[in-house]
Design a protein around this ligand. Structure first.
Ligand code: PLP
Length: 406
C-alpha cells in the first residue's frame, strides 16, 4: 500500500510553517513525534466536554471519562496484542514504565549478589533505574556489548547469563544508532535460562507491528509522545503473573483496596500500579494516535520510513567527510552522523537556520559515545510525514555546512 504523503501532511498542522523563512523540515522524531489533528481534537474535546476525574465519581461526566480511559486501555491492548487489558498500565512515559519495573520487580525478585543485564546501547532511562536498583540491593549490573557496526554481540549473552541473573533489559530500537535488535531471539535465549526480559519500546513502537504475545516479552515500555500521542502519557505492558507478584511502585489513591493505619491492601491489576489521578486525557489522546497510526498502516509507514532512511544514508555517505555512526544491517529510520572536523552542535545550528530540525549531542546515550570515542552526533530521525525533498534539503544543508567550515 503506498502512502499519500501530501494528504498525510495535512493532518499535522505544525508541519505547515516556516522557520527563519524556510519551510520546516522536522527530523527530530526520535525525540518526539508531531501530533495529528485528530489527537489534538480528542484532547480538546475531552477538556471542553467530558473532563472529570475517573473511577471516583457516580456523576455522568466521571462515568464518561472513566469509560474513555478504559476504552483507551483496550485500544492499547489491541494495538500490541496483549492478552488482557489488565496487563496494560498507564504511566507518564517510557522512563516511568522502566522505573516502575526496576523498582517493583527489583523489590520483589532482586537480592544481594543477584545480577541484572542491560546492553551497552541503552538510553540512560534503561540504565540508571537498574543501576539505582543494584546500588539499593547490592546487586551487580552487567553489560551486553555491541560491535562497531552497532549490533549487539549476542554470543556474549550466554557468557553473561548465570543462575544469578534476575532480569535482562534491552532496547528494541536504539535511539542513537537506529539498530533494530532481534528482540524475539534475545527473549527466547533469556527464557531458556528462565530470565525475564524488559524491552524498552520507546522507539520500537513506532517501528512495525508489535505483538507482545508473539514476542513472549515479559515487559514492554512505551512513550506516547513518540508515537503521535501527547507528552506525559506512557504504557507499561507486563505479563499478568509477574505484575501480580510484584510489590506496588507508588502509593496513593486508586492503587489501594482498603486503607487503615494497621494495614493497607492493594487494588487488582492494572490499578495496583496506577497511584493518583491518571493522565486520562493523555490516554484518550494516545488511543486516538494509535487508531490514526493504524489507519495510515503500520507496515506501510515502516516501509516508507525505511525508504527514506536508505535514501538519506546513500546521499549522506556520498559526501566526503561524512561518517555514519551505526551501520547495523537492520535499522529503523534514525541516522546519526558526523562531518569531519565539525562539531555536531555547529552543524545543528546551521541546519536550523535553514529550517531543518535535527538533534545534536549524546542523545542520552553516553555509553554509546564512549564506545566510539566521540562527544555527540547529529541525528536525523524520520516519520511517515517526511519527504524525499526534505532529505534533499538536509543533504544540501550538510554540504553547505562543510563549505562554511571548510
Ligand atoms: N528509551 C529510548 C530508546 C528513548 O529514545 C527514550 C527517549 O528518547 C526513552 C527511553 C525515554 O522516553 P521518555 O523520555 O519519553 O520517557
Amino acid at each position: 500500500m503506498s502512502l499519500d504523503i501530501s494528504k498525510i501532511r495535512q493532518d499535522f498542522p505544525i508541519l505547515n510553517q516556516s522557520i527563519y523563512g524556510k519551510p520546516l523540515a522536522y527530523f527530530d522524531n526520535g525525540a518526539t513525534t508531531q501530533k495529528p489533528q485528530v489527537v489534538l481534537d480528542t484532547i480538546n474535546h475531552f477538556h471542553n466536554s467530558i473532563n472529570a476525574n475517573i473511577h471516583r465519581g457516580v456523576h455522568k461526566l466521571s462515568e464518561e471519562s472513566t469509560k474513555a480511559y478504559e476504552e483507551a486501555r483496550e485500544t492499547v491492548r489491541s494495538f500490541i496484542n496483549a492478552k488482557k487489558s489488565s496487563e496494560i498500565i498507564f504511566t507518564s512515559g517510557a522512563t516511568a514504565s522502566i522505573n516502575l519495573v526496576a523498582f517493583s520487580f527489583g523489590e520483589t525478585f532482586v537480592h544481594e549478589g543477584d545480577e541484572v543485564i542491560v546492553s551497552e546501547m541503552e538510553h540512560h532511562s534503561n540504565i540508571v533505574p537498574w543501576q539505582m536498583l543494584c546500588e539499593r540491593k547490592k546487586a551487580i549490573l552487567k553489560v551486553l556489548p555491541f560491535d562497531n557496526n552497532g549490533e549487539l554481540i549476542l554470543s556474549k549473552l550466554d557468557e553473561l547469563i548465570t543462575p544469578k541473573t534476575r532480569i535482562l533489559a534491552v532496547t528494541h530500537v536504539s535511539n542513537t544508532l537506529g539498530t533494530v535488535n532481534p528482540i524475539k531471539e534475545i527473549i527466547a535465549k533469556a527464557h531458556q535460562h528462565n530470565v525475564p526480559v524488559l524491552i524498552d519500546g520507546a522507539q520500537g513502537v513506532k517501528h512495525g507491528v508489535i505483538d507482545v504475545q508473539d514476542l513472549d516479552v515479559d515487559f514492554y515500555a512505551i512513550a506516547g509522545h513518540k508515537v503521535y500521542g501527547s507528552t506525559g502519557i506512557g504504557v507499561l505492558y507486563g505479563k499478568e503473573n509477574l505484575l501480580n507478584e510484584m510489590y506496588p511502585w507508588q502509593g496513593g489513591g486508586d492503587m489501594i483496596a482498603t486503607v487503615s493505619f494497621e494495614k493497607t491492601t492493594y487494588n487488582e491489576l492494572p490499578f495496583k500500579f496506577e497511584a493518583g489521578t491518571a493522565n486520562f486525557i493523555g490516554a484518550a489522546g494516545l488511543a486516538t494516535a494509535l487508531e490514526y497510526y493504524k489507519s495510515i498502516g503500520v507496515e506501510a509507514a515502516t516501509d516508507y520510513e525505511t525508504e527514506l532512511l536508505n535514501y538519506a544514508t546513500s546521499k549522506l555517505k556520498a559526501i566526503e567527510g561524512v561518517r555514519i555512526i551505526g551501520n547495523a544491517k537492520h535499522k529503523a529510520a534514525i541516522i546519526s552522523f558526523l562531518i569531519e572536523n565539525i562539531h555536531p552542535y555547529d552543524t545543528g545550528m546551521i541546519l536550523d537556520k535553514m529550517g531543518i530540525a535535527v538533534r545534536t549531542g549524546n542523545h542520552c546515550t553516553q555509553p554509546i559515545m564512549a564506545h566510539y570515542g566521540i562527544d555527540g552526533t547529529v541525528r536525523a530521525s524520520f516519520a511517515f510525514y517526511n519527504t524525499f525533498e526534505e532529505i534533499d534539503r538536509l543533504v544540501e544543508g550538510v554540504k553547505k555546512v562543510k563549505e562554511m567550515f571548510g
